[in-house]
Design a protein around this ligand. Sequence first.
Ligand SMILES: [Zn+2]
Length: 420
Amino acid sequence: MTARTNQRIDGVRLWDTLMAIAEIGGTPKGGVKRITLTDEDRRGRDQFRAWCEQIGLTVRLDSMGNMFARREGRDPTRAPVLFGSHLDSQPTGGKFDGALGVIAGLEVMRTLNDLGIVTEAPLELVNWTDEEGTRFGRAMMGSGVWAGLFEEAAVKALKDETGVTVGEALAEIGYVGAIPAAPFPADALFELHIEQGPILEAEALKIGIVTGAQAQIWYEATVTGQDSHAGTTPPVARKDALLTAARIVELVDATMRADGAGGIADTGRGTVGRMYVLPNSPNVIPGEVRFTVDFRNPDDAWIARIAEEFPRQAEAIAAANGCRLTLKPVFRVPAQPFDPACVALVEQAAAKLGYAARKMVSGAGHDAVHTARIIPTAMIFTPCKDGLSHNEEESIQPEEAEAGTQVLFEAVLARANRPL
Ligand SMILES: [Zn+2]
């Protein structure tokens, strides 16, 4: 046995720590409610900071409340290797979305201490502020400001539904840091996360080697018809905005399904997740319907085709139903590939450890997608039961958490010790 294979993280300590953080904001159904910048979030952060300081890490805070726990390397001139995720959750979230990546990072630091390893580059474990976007409507907020994609003042002015701003909430929990939320020189970032999809489980794989995140285009749609009496308006005279919207929803679904063979490997996504019906009265034909459309695909060309064809097809449906359609593109991001060298380190780690793995594209947004815009970045996925997340029943096995953390350990160590 080589020395390298003895460098094992402690799977029991990892699991115990995951269960301990899950008690903060733990729900009766076994999930977690640790919404960003609430008292539960503060308690989670306080606990995380205490664990970091107990093992000698120096914790810094930036002005967005992003937390960086630093372990010095041998060469103080080298930029740090970052790794981490987020401790905030959805209102009915699970124990592992986000927390796994942070607690796994803590386990990497603890293991390095146990083994007496000093890396060449410094290491920094990150807890990003407000990944979920559930309270202020802006997902991946802290990493977005850090990476320069969101303007800090504008983000700090965002309000929750009670009128509290991000800036006020940060101050309230005592997590406004002294250093600016702006990129500092960093060598790379690795994020371990549960897959939040069904592929790894279905294929009995331990590790997803994430090669990037998919392209997205979102629309806000308004169908305008005419309000009229449900009892007296004959079919030929109707301008039913809801019926028209429903037919456009069918188009969104058909567009998604046309991309692939009908299996779990299909890559197209098309979703209408929100709809408002006006006047929303049981005996009035709806005169106006507003809804959202969200298309995603790893292939930029697919999104480009959607951008060209979908508005035309949807407008044709509206016209055929006597209605007008206004379609406003509100969000479009290209596919974000991860750094090939960092992805290769994840792949090599999985191979060396003998874990069955595959390359895959992330279906969800992650903080790492933001950091990938400015520093070399890669992600590691681990399976989750039934692909379920954003749900209190979100579940993973201890050995899955351990495997993902072991891969994170190897990838971080290799990057931090790479010859320059
Ligand atoms: Zn997450």
